[in-house]
Design a binder for this molecule. Structure first.
Ligand code: SF4
Ligand code: SF4
Length: 229
């Protein structure tokens, strides 16, 4: 099947996991032509993430950018593959805010919607996507396509599994995480305060990539934090 072939190609090119979802009804009007979402997951290095304590590191910032570049390359390859099969396909940048949208705090489409619909993981109190194997230590990319398998795709939303944990909430230096439990359709502002997060990073971590990264809430999450040596 075409999606299996696509997944095999993306994994062989460096993706850690690939998931599929039926996304049409969650898309904004300008993207309604698309039916299927392909979510590309690339895991972050544990050795690098584990160095984040109360601040991001220069190594983490470089790693973050390198992984975003890999994801953009993978989604481009996915688009070319789908186009070669005769379908429209559209990639969404790994990390790009759209000027004017949600005060500049949002991209064209959240990568998390396709990721959570695909059943590869859940969304935690941190509002991060928690992959079933890698926890929040992942970056995501999205391809939208007009291709739809004959039997459709059944979405599989996994309920949040944070339980009583509140590590991300108490560790966030900006107090940006409200501590609510995610559900499909919840307003992002009920989960986190993106302005508080962004302002804190810009003020306190401006010497590292001009304050574009933090990573503390990802680092402290018990999911995916098994130390590999
Ligand atoms: S990235 Fe940093 S500032 Fe933003 S929510 Fe996570 S811990 Fe808080
Ligand atoms: S740190 Fe705890 S509360 Fe936060 S996302 Fe991870 S499991 Fe959920």
């Amino acid at each position: 099947m075409l999606l299996d072939e696509l997944k095999k190609m993306l994994i062989s090119e460096g993706a850690s996991d690939v998931g599929f979802s039926s996304i049409n009804k969650y898309l904004p009007d300008e993207l309604k032509i698309f039916k299927t979402c392909v979510t590309v997951v690339v895991r972050l290095s544990d050795a690098i993430v584990n160095q984040i304590i109360d601040s991001p590191t220069f190594t983490y910032y470089h790693h973050y950018k390198a992984i975003n570049n890999l994801i953009d390359l993978l989604t481009l390859k996915g688009v070319l593959f789908l186009e070669s099969k005769g379908y429209y396909a559209y990639s969404i940048a790994a990390s790009q805010s759209v000027h004017g949208k949600d005060n500049g705090f949002s991209g064209v489409l959240s990568h998390k919607i396709g990721a959570v619909l695909s059943g590869m993981g859940f969304i935690g109190k941190s509002n991060l996507f928690i992959h079933e194997r890698f926890g929040p230590r992942v970056r995501l990319g999205t391809i939208l396509t007009t291709y739809e398998p004959e039997n459709g795709i059944s979405n599989n939303v996994i309920e949040p599994k944070c339980g009583d944990c509140n590590l991300c909430i108490v560790s966030c230096p900006a107090q940006a995480i409200h501590g609510n439990t995610w559900y499909l359709g919840i307003d992002r502002n009920e989960m986190i305060d993106p302005h508080a997060c962004s302002s804190y990073m810009k003020e306190k971590f401006k010497f590292i990539g001009r304050g574009q990264v933090c990573g503390i809430c990802m680092r402290v999450c018990p999911y995916g934090s098994e130390v590999k040596r």
